[in-house]
Design a protein around this ligand. Sequence first.
Ligand SMILES: Cc1ncc(C[n+]2csc(CCOP(=O)(O)OP(=O)(O)O)c2C)c(N)n1
Ligand code: SF4
Ligand SMILES: [Mg+2]
Length: 312
Amino acid sequence: MNETAYRRINDLPSTHLLAGGTAMCAGCGGLQALQQIHDVLGPNTVFVNAAGCMTLLSIYPFTPFRGSWLYTAMASAPSGAQGIRDALDILIAKKRLPSDEDVSVVVVTGDGAAYGMGLSATSAAIDRGLDFLYLCYDNEGYGNTGQQSSAATPHAARTATATGSAGYPGYKKNLFDLWVANRPTYAATAIAAEPVDLARKIEKAANLRGPRLILCLAPCPTGWEYDPRETTDIGRLAVRTGVWPLKEYVDGAVVHTVVRRPRLPVEEYLSRQGRFRHLFEPARNETVITGIQARVDAYWERAGAPGEEKGA
Ligand SMILES: Cc1ncc(C[n+]2csc(CCOP(=O)(O)OP(=O)(O)O)c2C)c(N)n1
Ligand code: SF4
Ligand SMILES: [Mg+2]
C-alpha cells in the first residue's frame, strides 16, 4: 500500500470503511473500469481478486461487491478461479445448485500480477480452457506498494524503481498478444474513458464461455502524477494519440473497435503526466519523445488503417 493510501485508510471513520470504496485514491481509473464492469455483470458474479489496489475495496468482513469476493495471493487468482469453477460445476452436477443459478467467475488483477507474477498460472488456466473472465486493470506499475516498475511500465516513465533521468529503460510487454497466442475464446483491450466500447466488450465477453480477457488501461493519478480530475482526459488521450489501441480478438481475428482521428502526437499524452516530466523539463529530450512516437506510428502502420469509418 502506498503512503497516501495508507494514510487515507487510517484517517477514515469506520462507517466509511464499512461502505468500502472510500479507501481508494480519488480519480482512480482502475476503479472507474471496475465499477462499469460490475454494473454490466450484475450480482451473479464471484470476483477473485489478486493482491493489489482493488483489494482495498474490501475490508474484512465487508465488501462493496453485490456478488461474492475472494482474495488471493498475487500469482494465484487463476488457480482460485479454477477452484471456484470446479466447486460450482460439482454442485450443479449433484443438483445442489440449479444450473440457472450458476454464477460467473471473474478474476480482478493488476498488471504486476497479470504481466508478471501470475502469468504462468494464467497461461495454464487458458490451456485448460477454464471458463472465466479475466479483468486486468493496468496502471502500469505496482501501484499498491508505491508504483514500482512492472512489466507493463512504458518506456521512459519514472517510477519508484526507475528514478534516474532516463526513467524506465524497458518497453511495455504486450499482454494482449500473449493472450491471443494462447488462443482464448475472447480478448479485448479497453478503457473506462470509452465507456460504450467497454460496456459492449463486457457484454460480449459475458455471453461467451472459456477464457476471456478484458485488459483495461487504468490511468492512475497517484502513480502517473496528475490531478485526479484529469483521469478521463488522460484516458481519452491514450486512445487519441494511438498509445492504447482499442481492439478485440474473437473467432481467430483481431479487429480495432474504436479508432479516433486525427491521431494526436504522443507528447500531448506524455506531457500531461508527472512521470514523463523529465522528457520536457529542464530541457526537451527530443530523442526519447521521437522514439516513443516512432513506435506508435510503426504499430499503426502494421495495423493498416483500421476503423477509418469510425473516426471522430
Ligand atoms: C508475492 C508477493 N509479492 C509482493 C506482494 C506485495 N504486494 C501487494 S500488492 C502489490 C502490487 C501489485 O501490483 P499490481 O498487480 O500492478 O496491482 P496494483 O497495486 O497496481 O493495483 C505488491 C507488490 C505480494 N502481495 N505478494
Ligand atoms: S494508486 Fe492508482 S490504481 Fe491504486 S488506488 Fe490509487 S489511483 Fe487507483
Ligand atoms: Mg498495477
